[in-house]
Design a protein around this ligand. Structure first.
Ligand SMILES: [Zn+2]
Length: 115
């Protein structure tokens, strides 16, 4: 596979930061940057997926969610659909989605609404 080369200008301070991080991880500077870029693109991809999902879920929530599994929460968490806080130790619903391995945490009210 043909590889492309990306040139970019950075400040002295940023270069020093990158260089010391690369040394600490014992990778080359270009390796470090490649990993960082890959990570950050993946991350924003996930975030975009989620936004997309939320839009979709507002349009047809029930279509996006394949099914639920009831879980007992190990920490306080916010319902992914309505934003309501669900307390640690109480039950919440793990929503399995059709087109991604990502799961939504859904409160009982939202689950009822979607069923
Ligand atoms: Zn909710």
């Amino acid at each position: 596979m043909e590889k492309k080369v990306v040139h970019t200008r950075v400040s002295d301070a940023l270069y020093k930061k990158i260089s010391s991080r690369a040394k600490a991880r014992r990778v080359t500077i270009s390796n470090l940057i490649r990993n960082l870029v890959e990570d950050s693109l993946e991350l924003s991809g996930d975030v975009l997926d989620l936004v997309d999902l939320k839009l979709k879920s507002n349009l047809k929530k029930s279509d996006a969610i394949l099914g639920y599994q009831t879980i007992s929460l190990a920490k306080n968490i916010v319902c992914d659909l309505c934003g309501k806080q669900i307390k640690k130790g109480t039950a919440a619903n793990l929503g399995f989605l059709e087109d991604t391995s990502r799961k939504l945490v859904v409160c009982d009210e939202c689950r009822k609404e979607n069923e």
